[in-house]
Write a protein that binds this ligand. Structure first.
Ligand code: THU
Length: 132
């Protein structure tokens, strides 16, 4: 269904830097005009400084000056589907709770959820308005 995106993700994941976990992750965020921002996970010898593919893609999306994210594609070379980690879920909620997250496995099978479905009882921008 997303054949072009799947090909892009397979190329992108080769750029992941994961020498410690050997678990590579590739993310593409698309806006409604068809602009793409990309992210891969980047690990570090100081393990805690590792940065996930989703957050790297979000930061690239924002820095590219693109409008609101329309869809996020998350690819791992696994048989099952990989869902975003908790920290990335929080970051992805910031722009649109209805952001579709499409997880793809190594066969190109897809599982689609909304980011809000992954974050029950969220903390978000409007919580800040309630503090005086
Ligand atoms: N990782 C991501 O890039 N995204 C996730 O949502 C889960 C975890 C990365 C971080 C680390 O480089 C590797 O996967 C194993 O945790």
């Amino acid at each position: 269904m997303n054949a072009g995106i799947f090909d892009e993700l397979k190329k992108l994941i080769t750029r992941a830097y994961a020498p410690y976990s050997h678990f590579k992750v590739a993310v593409i965020i698309r806006d409604k005009k068809g602009n793409f921002a990309r992210g891969v996970n980047v690990e570090n010898a100081s393990y805690g400084l590792t940065s996930c593919a989703e957050r790297n893609a979000v930061f690239s999306f924002v820095a590219s000056g693109f409008e609101k994210p329309a869809e996020l594609f998350l690819y791992t070379e696994t048989d099952g589907f990989t869902a975003p980690c908790g920290a990335c879920r929080q970051v992805l909620m910031e722009f649109d709770p209805n952001l579709p997250v499409i997880m793809l496995n190594r066969s190109g099978d897809e599982k689609r959820v909304l980011i809000a479905e992954l974050v029950p009882l969220p903390f978000g921008p409007k919580d800040l308005d309630e503090a005086t």
